[in-house]
Design a protein around this ligand. Structure first.
Ligand SMILES: Nc1ncnc2c1ncn2[C@@H]1O[C@H](COP(=O)(O)OP(=O)(O)OP(=O)(O)O)[C@@H](O)[C@H]1O
Ligand SMILES: O=P(O)(O)OC[C@H]1O[C@H](OP(=O)(O)OP(=O)(O)O)[C@H](O)[C@@H]1O
Length: 218
């Protein structure tokens, strides 16, 4: 296969970030009409003219596809990059999907945090929670992995606090919880396979520069 025939493959996280990613790519002339058919069960889509392929996967799998080179490029939340800790290059903050990773809980849990008590922390992000409490706060805690609706943790007394994403804060509000500590800001990022970056430097750099130019102009 000559170099010109090589497809650049994008792995995009399903869910909240997918549509925004496709809209952004469209702004710089990268379209994939096939992908717009929401009833299709097809998994991989192509733009033959531009020699691009796209697939959607579960967010946490995006860095895996990119690390192994099954995708050259991925788009995923910073939270997923931190949690998965894969060997990929993080090349660009895409400026959407903004939210924060926070320690949250009932107001009463503030004191437990201040006194460095051995508390229970529920999270969909056990690695981020562990890194924050052990390496940044030097606090020994018990981490309990959950797969969603993490706010239930303190409500049903599974945990004292949670480590989770906060965007508008309405999920916390409606459940009598609050942000107790902010861990870091988050947004959608572009990641690149380390070998692809060397082999396809020109195409990937052009893509990054086009995106940068668009993002800084809006
Ligand atoms: N309010 C929010 N809640 C969760 N993620 C958000 C929010 N706002 C922006 N994001 C970003 O969107 C990304 C994708 O979120 P989404 O909920 O679609 O996927 P997920 O967490 O993998 O979901 P699923 O519950 O389907 O496993 C997150 O990783 C995060 O970076
Ligand atoms: O601050 P807010 O705007 O309320 O958004 C934050 C909420 O959204 C996410 O949950 P999601 O809807 O992805 O469901 P999940 O709890 O099952 O992961 C996140 O885990 C919070 O629960």
């Amino acid at each position: 296969m000559s170099k010109e025939d090589r497809y650049l493959t994008f792995a995009l996280g399903k869910g909240r970030l997918a549509n925004k990613t496709l809209e952004l790519l469209e702004e710089i002339g990268i379209t994939c009409e096939e992908m717009k058919d929401k009833n299709s069960r097809k998994l991989v889509f192509a733009n033959e003219e531009l020699k691009l392929r796209f697939f959607l996967s579960k967010g946490p799998d995006v860095p895996t596809y990119v690390e192994y080179g099954a995708a050259d490029i991925g788009v995923v939340g910073k939270d997923t990059i931190m949690e998965e800790n894969r060997r990929v290059y993080e090349v660009l903050d895409l400026g959407f999907g903004k939210c924060r990773m926070c320690v949250c809980g009932p107001a009463g849990a503030k004191e437990l945090l201040q006194h460095h008590e051995r508390i229970r922390v529920a999270s969909k992000y056990p690695n981020i929670a562990k890194d924050y409490f052990y390496n940044k706060k030097h606090q020994t805690v018990d981490i309990i992995k959950l797969n969603g609706s993490v706010e239930l943790g303190p409500i049903v007394k599974l945990s004292d606090v949670i480590v989770d994403i906060v965007e508008t804060g309405s999920t916390l509000d409606e459940n009598g919880l609050q942000v107790l500590e902010e861990i870091c800001p988050l947004s959608a990022r572009m990641i690149v396979n380390q070998v692809s970056m060397q082999m396809e430097t020109e195409r990937i750099k052009k893509l990054i520069n086009d995106l940068k130019a668009y993002i800084s102009a809006v």
